[in-house]
Write a protein that binds this ligand. Structure first.
Ligand code: HMH
Length: 220
């Protein structure tokens, strides 16, 4: 029910942008099996750099929830997300070695640098918990909706890529994203009009950064 969920209202309001982020040609090419493996390898290397910047971002959200949220379950969910990052970094290293991608020799593309700078702004500036929680939910959800689409229904996703798609597309990760959405919604409903406006702007910014990130992966 959209009336209960401000974030669901924004997903509907910014439908076009949301679809471009979650049904990107790169994702569609994975699902229909036409993906170019060199694009996949480029994505893998660039995303490893991104996750390196995502770690301090997630810990800053955890710190804000620790200080500002009276709700124990919020902290537990965000703590779970933070704790999973160690595994995620190992996954990238393992996947990179399978594909022969040298993670030490990677230079970030402009879209990645800009997205990382956006993440850094949450840790360096004193950004409100509501706004940070909204960004966190949006970032995770774009990956969940994108990769789950590659393993749903009548897909032709190459076997080599199923593990990657399952990593973010599995139903536990989907449940985790729903929990993050509930946290964001609860915060937004209690927030001032200014904070609500800022959270919506951050949601739109995440979608734009995600689209640019996919564009970078699929172009040569
Ligand atoms: C670019 N967005 C990007 N990379 C990720 N790993 C996620 C979202 C999800 O954690």
């Amino acid at each position: 029910d959209n009336e209960q969920s401000p974030t669901a209202t924004w997903q509907a309001k910014h439908r076009e942008l949301y679809e471009r982020a979650t049904r990107h040609p790169f994702i569609l090419s994975i699902r229909d099996g036409t993906v170019d493996f060199s694009s996949f390898k480029r994505w893998l290397g660039q995303d490893y750099i991104f996750v390196g910047e995502f770690v301090p971002f997630v810990f800053s959200v955890l710190l804000k929830s620790w200080k500002e949220s009276e709700i124990k379950s919020d902290i537990e969910i965000i703590f779970g997300g933070a704790a999973a990052l160690s595994d995620e970094l190992s996954w990238f290293k393992n996947e990179a070695s399978k594909w022969g991608v040298d993670l030490c020799g990677i230079t970030p593309f402009t879209a990645n640098t800009e997205y990382c700078r956006f993440l850094q702004s949450f840790t360096t500036l004193d950004i409100n918990y509501t706004v940070a929680a909204t960004a966190f939910w949006a970032i995770e959800t774009v990956y969940q909706e994108s990769f789950s689409f590659c393993i749903e229904g009548d897909h032709k996703t190459p076997t080599e890529l199923l593990g990657t798609c399952q990593r973010w597309g599995n139903s536990d990760f989907g449940q985790y994203c729903k929990s993050l959405q509930q946290i964001a919604d609860r915060c937004i409903k209690k927030a001032t009009a200014d904070v609500v406006r800022e959270a919506e702007e951050v949601f739109v910014s995440v979608l734009k950064h995600e689209i640019e990130f996919w564009n970078m992966s699929s172009s040569e």
